[in-house]
Design a protein around this ligand. Structure first.
Ligand SMILES: NC(=O)c1ccc[n+]([C@@H]2O[C@H](COP(=O)([O-])OP(=O)(O)OC[C@H]3O[C@@H](n4cnc5c(N)ncnc54)[C@H](OP(=O)(O)O)[C@@H]3O)[C@@H](O)[C@H]2O)c1
Length: 321
């Protein structure tokens, strides 16, 4: 179990590590204090580094996600860590458990970019990816010339890769649009962080195009926010659960590792993100590095894709706890 089996690296996302409540299927039993979260985040980051993870993804809206990552990285002094962050959402739940409103508020304005860049730039020099957090047509960000110019200025002065992350049933259209964007002939976007998994495969073809154009590709939500785990709330995924269980037994790993491996073998992105909430999940996730799925197994899992609109409708009903 020592040789890694593909070019795709597993990165670690901070969404579940930096704030007490996130999209969850079941987070009961976790100590939700800030001190406990910081301790847990450092443990997971240390364990990830020790097991070969070098890419770490965060955002200002992940509560203390940026701060934990910065403090960890500053205190460890590694020279080979690569960080990515985003701008455009603000965390407003202020660590209040059971917060009723939206925990993060979106604003894709020049003022928000300027304000958040002021903070995020302290992640340099390890910072390599700077992304619009959930770019959409509605937010106007892809047509906002002052914002695009500011992003190009950041790229010129720091050498960062400028990217977008996408969510929702029109990921394809947003990515296709972003690939075309140029300001005075200069290409704006170099990296794409996108949801792709066994259930949501609508982006397969556009992502092959993204790769062919030499852009960096990062995949998030490989476990469909936990929906790949057997759950009586989702009886319509029985066939997926059965296939995953049988593959998990064959490769002596958990369903999580099969879900990550599916992305690695079906798409071969630069990175696929683990959203591990603790060391146990991380260690199970990283087992995806050490086996591969056959063509037939990939084809069987690919048959489980669902209608994109239904996928995102179901995701919007997941609770934050
Ligand atoms: N718009 C964006 O830019 C955006 C959006 C979403 C995510 N992301 C990034 O992508 C990363 C990953 O996404 P994600 O966490 O939302 O989705 P995900 O990877 O599909 O789901 C991760 C969840 O699966 C569960 N899990 C993982 N390993 C497990 C195991 N071994 N056993 C049981 N449950 C396990 C955990 O849920 P429980 O906590 O319920 O145990 C965990 O929080 C995030 O950390 C973030 O960095 C970016």
């Amino acid at each position: 179990m020592t040789e890694k089996k593909s070019k795709t690296e597993i990165g670690l996302g901070m969404a579940a590590l930096g704030r007490p409540e996130y999209i969850n299927i079941d987070s009961s039993g976790r100590d939700k204090s800030e001190v406990a979260f910081r301790t847990n985040a450092f443990k997971v980051l240390d364990d990830a580094y020790e097991k070969g993870v070098r890419y770490f993804d965060t955002a200002p809206s992940y509560g203390k996600g940026e701060a934990f990552l910065k403090d960890w990285n500053d205190s460890r002094n590694y020279t080979d860590v690569v960080l990515g962050t985003k701008w455009g959402y603000t965390y407003v739940a202020d660590w209040q458990l059971g917060y009723e409103g939206a925990h993060e508020v979106k604003e894709h304005s020049l003022a928000k970019l300027t304000e958040q860049w002021e903070v995020s730039q302290y992640l340099l020099p390890a910072l390599e990816y700077y992304q619009v957090h959930s770019a959409t047509f509605e937010s106007g960000v892809l047509q906002n010339k002052p914002v695009l110019e500011k992003l190009l200025e950041i790229k010129r002065t720091t050498g960062l890769k400028i990217g977008i992350s996408t969510s929702g049933s029109n990921q394809n259209e947003v990515i296709e649009n972003a690939l075309q964007i140029r300001i005075n002939g200069e290409v704006v976007f170099d990296s794409f962080q996108v949801t792709f998994n066994m259930l949501e495969q609508a982006t397969l073809s556009v992502l092959q195009d993204v790769k062919a154009q030499g852009k960096k590709l990062i995949i998030k939500e490989a476990m469909a926010n936990g929906r790949v785990f057997e759950n009586e709330k989702y009886p319509h995924y029985q066939s997926l659960y059965a296939k995953l269980q049988s593959l998990a037994e064959r490769y002596e790993v958990g369903v999580d590792a099969i879900a990550l491996r599916y992305v690695m073998d079906a798409l071969q992105p630069d990175f696929v993100l683990s959203g591990a909430a603790d060391i146990k999940q991380l260690e199970q996730n990283l087992k995806a590095n050490y086996f591969t799925l056959s063509e037939d197994e990939l084809a069987q899992l690919s048959k489980e894709k669902v209608d994109s609109r239904k996928y995102w409708e179901e995701r919007s009903k997941l609770s934050w706890d």
